[in-house]
Design a protein around this ligand. Structure first.
Ligand code: IPD
Ligand code: CA
Ligand code: CA
Length: 271
């Protein structure tokens, strides 16, 4: 390893440590305010934001700007842009707000660092579950829990008939995209899990608790952690047509292996 390789490895490790620690700090804040979400607003129909979403975002942005002032930030509540060249932080300060607003314990914070088209670091902190999931490109996916760190590996299910599927979907009249394919997918799998948190369902595919998950929107802060956690845990990630998942894809499919992935893509395409 050359000197410059080893110093970029050291700075990548340092950045990863920062990402993990940031997730831990947001988790602490979410736990402090569990059952006290403050004011809850409907920012768009059936799309909630609580005072705690905003406090988590403030914490994230202030810590990141202090430590990495030149990096770009795109965050769910305050917006921003993806930098075409350097690092961009993609933030979902509180994922699963509808759950959090009624003290359902399935919620998390999602933090990713991307560069070019690559997701390089990601963390999903789910404080009421006691888990921080994290991954670094080329270095694997992990779960920190109870003071220990566990390496993650996707599950071994090869057929949809035996698969657990994670998805939160609704089909308002104005958006029926992929409706038939997704309903066929639900009918063909063993069981469906609708968690109310895109971050947790992706982490659960990486951990092998689910065999696949599907998301049908274009919210990069929700999907970037899934893309890295699942691929680093040995799984497969694409858009809903089987092309590479990128920041402007209209959805994401993450599975534990290529055979199951191909089966799901075929079902989705049969419209
Ligand atoms: C939502 C959750 C939910 C998914 C929605 C997301 P939010 O995120 O991840 O599972 O179905 O599409 O918007 O608004 O709670 O951050
Ligand atoms: Ca979200
Ligand atoms: Ca959110």
């Amino acid at each position: 390893m050359s000197t410059s390789d080893s110093s970029s490895e050291a700075s990548s490790e340092e950045l990863h440590h920062f990402v993990r620690d940031l997730a831990r700090q947001v988790c602490e804040l979410q736990l402090l305010r569990y059952e006290a979400p403050g004011e809850i607003k409907e920012k768009a129909p059936k799309d909630l934001v609580t005072e705690v979403d905003l406090l988590c975002e403030e914490l994230l942005i202030s810590r990141i700007s202090e430590r990495y002032p030149n990096d770009a930030i795109l965050s769910e509540e305050s917006g921003g842009k993806i930098s075409p060249t350097g690092h961009t932080w993609l933030l979902d300060p509180l994922d699963g707000t509808a759950n959090f607003s009624r003290a359902n314990p399935i919620f998390c914070t999602c933090i990713s660092v991307v560069e070019g088209k690559k997701v390089k670091h990601a963390a999903v902190g789910a404080p009421r579950l006691g888990d921080i999931y994290h991954a670094r490109l080329g270095a694997g996916s992990f779960r920190d829990s109870g003071g220990k760190t566990y390496a993650l590996r996707v599950g071994e299910t090869e057929e949809l008939e035996h698969a657990f599927v994670g998805a939160d979907v609704s089909f308002p009249p104005a958006n029926q995209t992929h409706k038939n394919g997704i309903l066929r997918l639900f009918r063909s799998c063993w069981q469906l899990r609708s968690l109310g948190s895109a971050g947790i369902r992706g982490a659960w595919v990486a951990a092998g608790y689910l065999d696949l998950c599907i998301g049908t929107r274009n919210t990069v802060w929700d999907y970037a952690p899934t893309a890295l956690l699942v691929s680093e845990a040995g799984g497969h990630v694409t858009d809903l047509a089987g092309g590479p998942w990128t920041y402007d894809s209209g959805g994401l499919l993450a599975t534990n292996n290529t055979a199951l992935h191909a089966e799901v893509l075929k079902i989705l395409a049969e419209d």
